[in-house]
Design a protein around this ligand. Structure first.
Ligand SMILES: Nc1ncnc2c1ncn2[C@@H]1O[C@H](COP(=O)(O)OP(=O)(O)OP(=O)(O)O)[C@@H](O)[C@H]1O
Length: 299
């Protein structure tokens, strides 16, 4: 029995002299959500393209639903759905027409296609917009339609490449809910994201991709534990974040850091002590933070 929906072993890919993936090894348990977290250009899309058989790796191997991505490409393609970063829907057609077209292309009869279209419009909250042209849709509606189109035929493994990039908070949350629902239906979901909160909220397991390698992997709590202890946050008069300093949380360490801060900080800086966030994990593992604030270095 195949326990892992996705198994990746030593995948490498370079473009010219640029090594994009430098020996990726990971596994994704069936029925879970796995988030690959990394900054712009880290190689997330490249990995998804390799796993969905669109790009050939230089070396290494991977299995999807038990099928080898190199020697068993057709079976891999039958086992996956893929939603990329750019909408794959026809803007001139309505949402309903897009779903009907994809259903017919996937081999469903006209009657089956109508039933499936209705189900998907309902599942992705697109019933009201069903007969409007896609070019009038909001970003969130397009993403939902895109996801619906890729799920016309239900497959066990779903690849989502940055599913919520560019969406507002409300649309992002609604899409998260739909992704959770797909997991509840038994799907295995591999998603890439630049948003720490997204990985934190959705994923059973998170891997941080940096410099072509998986810098760390684990549950959100395990990754936060790697940063350890607590974080001292420095805030200005309007409660704006000025910086943060990791501490092991002991009285001794906190006192020492506060003493150093007292000597170097303006008097109106306030402090808050809190548990590490995914931001701190990212910063600790990659040396760069996607958030606006910077780690303050003492001494
Ligand atoms: N076909 C290609 N030819 C040359 N270089 C490429 C090609 N595809 C990707 N790259 C390079 O590989 C690196 C990783 O790109 P990739 O799109 O996988 O990153 P990413 O993590 O998905 O980033 P983003 O969040 O910006 O999509 C980038 O430096 C990119 O320029």
């Amino acid at each position: 029995m195949v326990l892992h929906a996705i198994e990746v072993n030593g995948l490498r890919k370079s473009y010219g002299a640029h090594t994009v993936l430098d020996g990726i090894r990971l596994s994704v348990a069936k029925g879970t959500i796995y988030a690959l977290l990394g900054p712009n250009g880290a190689g997330k899309t490249t990995l998804i393209h390799i796993l969905s058989t669109l790009v050939h790796p230089d070396s290494g191997s991977a299995r999807i639903a038990g099928y080898d991505i190199l020697s068993d490409r057709n079976n891999v393609r039958q086992a996956i759905s893929l939603t990329g970063q750019f909408a794959a829907v026809d803007e001139v057609l309505t949402g309903s027409e897009n779903l009907m077209m994809m259903s017919r292309l996937s081999g469903l009869s006209a009657a089956q296609s109508r039933t499936r279209t209705k189900e998907l419009l309902q599942q992705f909250e697109l019933e009201e917009a069903a007969f409007k042209r896609v070019k009038t849709y909001s970003g969130g509606m397009r993403r939902r339609l895109d996801l619906a189109v890729s799920l016309v035929v239900s497959r066990p493994v779903l690849f989502l490449d940055e599913p919520t990039t560019g969406l507002d908070t409300a649309s992002r949350r609604s899409l998260w809910e739909m992704i959770r629902q797909l997991k509840n239906e038994g799907m295995t979901i591999f998603l890439t994201t630049q948003y720490l909160e997204e990985a934190d909220q959705l994923a059973d397991e998170i891997a941080v991709l940096n410099g072509g390698r998986i810098a760390a992997a684990g549950t959100a709590d395990e990754l936060k534990a790697r940063v350890g202890g607590e974080v001292i946050e420095l805030r200005g008069l309007k409660d704006e974040l000025i910086g943060s300093i990791p501490t092991d949380g002991s009285v001794r360490d906190v006192r020492q850091k506060l003493n150093e801060l007292e000597a170097s900080c303006p008097p109106d800086v306030r402090i808050v002590i809190r548990k590490p966030s995914m931001d701190d994990v990212f910063l600790a593992l990659t040396g760069s933070s996607p958030a606006l604030h910077k780690e303050v270095s003492l001494g």
